[in-house]
Design a protein around this ligand. Structure first.
Ligand code: FE2
Ligand code: FE2
Length: 265
């Protein structure tokens, strides 16, 4: 079914968590491994607005369908960050604006270069850059769904699991937009397909890997995506990617686990 941006615009809202029993985190705190993963996800969600900045310097900003979606999408991702920050707060960890500033400063010169890099690449690719952006977005949203559902399964905490599944449900709407757009734009021609395939194969990394320190990336992948169930979830994402026009055979998500020695059993 095609994605209805008008309907999404009207229905988009912050993830609800006021009805969840967050006091439970004080009675029954999360494990240090789970908290470290929640911190990672919180930081990455809050960073979405910086990624939005990078995308708005490309031809994507001319497409009203894309910018309408991204306006609401950015708001929803912000609230994912806020909900996870509340979980951290219940454990005495501050993920406040001071922390967000710290995370953004830590990116350093790369953060300054990113908008320039995207402007230059988009200048070279033209309209096909939007197809790459949409395919990239679909991969990241599929990956986010897999990671949230895995963490909900393994953390052994019913309140956290409820929150993560609500977040994952919103991520499925995000994926519906990106995948619909990617299918349409990649179907136009081989050039867009080649460019997207090249970009994903060469430059894609797990969500947050350009932002978070490598030990944190490794921790999340090893903790959340390990074992048969983790690899099965990664392969499912790869299968979804492979169904996009011109992406057959790509296995970038499973490859990212193998590259970081994530145990398969
Ligand atoms: Fe999110
Ligand atoms: Fe998302």
């Amino acid at each position: 079914m095609p994605f209805d941006t008008e309907d999404y615009k009207l229905r988009s809202k912050p993830v609800q968590y006021s009805d969840l029993d967050f006091e439970a985190f004080e009675r029954e705190p999360l494990s240090p491994e789970t908290l470290r993963s929640v911190q990672y996800m919180c930081d990455v969600e809050y960073h979405t607005v910086c990624y939005l900045r990078d995308m708005l310097v490309t031809p994507s900003h001319r497409d009203a369908d894309v910018t309408t979606f991204m306006t609401m999408w950015n708001m929803e991702e912000f609230w994912h960050g806020a909900a996870l920050a509340e979980v951290l707060k219940r454990h005495g960890i501050q993920a406040d604006y001071g922390h967000i500033r710290f995370v953004r400063k830590r990116v350093g010169w790369k953060d300054k270069l990113d908008p320039i890099k995207h402007t230059l690449l988009a200048n070279f690719a033209g309209q096909d850059y939007v197809a790459v952006h949409m395919a990239w977005g679909a991969v990241n949203e599929w990956s986010a769904i897999a990671a949230y559902n895995r963490l909900a399964d393994i953390a052994g905490h019913s309140v956290l699991a409820q929150l993560l599944r609500r977040i994952a449900k919103q991520e499925t709407r995000h994926v519906a937009f990106y995948a619909t757009q990617a299918r349409k734009r990649l179907a136009i021609g081989r050039k867009a397909q080649k460019l997207a395939r090249f970009a994903l194969e060469r430059f894609w990394g797990p969500v947050g890997s350009g932002l978070m320190p490598e030990p944190e990336v490794r921790h999340v992948l090893r903790y959340v995506m390990r074992g048969e169930a983790g690899y099965a979830a990664a392969r499912k994402v790869d299968e979804s990617i492979a169904r996009l026009p011109g992406m057959a055979g790509l296995k970038i998500v499973e490859r990212s686990l193998i590259a970081r020695d994530v145990p398969a059993t």
